[in-house]
Design a protein around this ligand. Structure first.
Ligand SMILES: *Cc1c(COP(=O)(O)O)cnc(C)c1O
Length: 357
């Protein structure tokens, strides 16, 4: 029996999307490949509300996080972390020999815009890395408020990890002032893992020009120059199969479901899971800033999550344990991608039944 995934990536992928992965290959130096990539870029610009160029990478999102922080930090990076994935920005910087400071919030809280402003006002940094939707704690940063800070620092390059929110929780990149937004295929976009995307602003491109050791595979300037000069083709061979599926799925998101409907469905599912969690357990973290794509639940009944998952598996479903430092204290239910309200209700009914709650 197939196990339906309610984990925060990889997510369930619709049959029609999966079938695109199996289409015959095309040459990556052909006109069709250029057109495929251009269409993906234009549609992703619509999803993200940006005029900035879109770069594709045949890697998971971590690759582009590495590319962003390495290609665009000249002096020093400021990382504002609200959980395990925020820390990842810092680890990536250090592993690449890039100077960085990390400012960590308490688990379950947001990055405080005032503290952010204070840290940046010292003038030591030229790149800022933030997480939009922290998948470990189930918290979404308040981007409208953070935008007020971003506006005060026009020389800094702002990078936003949107791996678990792009396509599920709206951020208007150009309005907020994001220079590099990053996402992966296997979360709210509802595709298999293996491809990731980022936006790249003019400011980020200019910055990369003065950074010396940008690496090779994830050198964002090289990728950008290549797609501009070679009509949207890449220096190395991209996963054409993923591009077929992504092209198909972006058309579905924008023209069949509708992006605003998709955002609303994510919020509807989130509200159902939150209500259930409040009723049966407790929600982890700051209730004012809950994620719309994944809910982190405080394990107040001290259930054994592995046992629960074994029970769910017999019924063809799977949820997620806590992540990192929260592994034992919490568990997580993802409501992202093409999961529907009915799927969520079915999952919660089965959990109630298994736990007899
Ligand atoms: C999943 C996730 C990542 C890691 O992305 P990969 O595609 O697995 O490399 C980074 N940040 C957040 C917020 C995530 O949810």
């Amino acid at each position: 029996m197939h196990t339906k995934l309610f984990i925060p990536g990889p997510v369930e992928v619709r049959e029609d999307v999966l079938s695109k992965i199996a289409l015959p290959q095309i040459g990556h130096r052909t006109k069709e490949a250029s057109e495929l990539q251009r269409r993906i870029s234009e549609n992703m610009q619509r999803v993200w509300n940006t005029k900035d160029e879109i770069i594709l990478s045949t890697s998971s999102g971590s690759g582009l996080m590495e590319g962003a922080i390495r290609s665009c930090t000249g002096k020093k990076a400021a990382v504002f972390s609200i959980g395990a994935f925020g820390k990842k920005w810092y680890e990536i910087a250090r592993a690449n020999g890039i100077e960085a400071d990390i400012f960590e919030s308490n688990m379950g809280d947001i990055s405080d815009p005032n503290l952010m402003d204070k840290a940046l006002s010292r003038g030591k940094y030229d790149l800022v890395a933030i997480t939009h939707n922290e998948t470990s704690t189930g918290i979404a940063n308040p981007m409208e408020e953070i935008a007020q800070v971003i506006k005060k620092y026009p020389d800094l390059v702002f990078c936003l990890d949107m791996v678990s929110s792009a396509g599920g929780h709206k951020v208007n990149l150009d309005q907020i002032g994001i220079d590099i937004a990053i996402t992966s295929s296997q979360k709210c976009l509802g595709l298999p893992a293996g491809i990731s995307l980022c936006s790249l602003s003019k400011k980020a491109i200019e910055r990369a020009k003065i950074v010396k050791n940008r690496g090779y595979y994830f050198d964002l300037l090289k990728l950008y120059d290549h797609i501009i000069k070679k009509d949207y083709q890449y220096p190395s061979t991209p996963s054409i199969s993923h591009m077929f599926a992504l092209d198909y799925q972006l058309d579905y998101i924008l023209n069949v479901e509708g992006i605003e409907n998709r955002y609303q469905r994510h919020l509807d599912m989130a509200k159902i899971v939150r209500d259930w969690a409040r009723d049966k357990f407790q929600i982890f973290g700051n209730e004012q800033h809950l994620s719309r794509t994944v809910t982190t639940i405080a394990n107040t009944r001290n259930i054994n999550v592995e046992d629960l998952n074994n029970g769910l598996k017999e019924r063809g479903m799977m949820i997620s344990n806590g992540y990192g430092d929260l592994k034992e204290e919490t568990f997580r239910i993802a409501h992202m991608g093409d999961t529907q309200v009915e799927d969520i209700n079915e999952l919660l009914n089965n959990i109630n039944d298994i736990l007899k709650i």
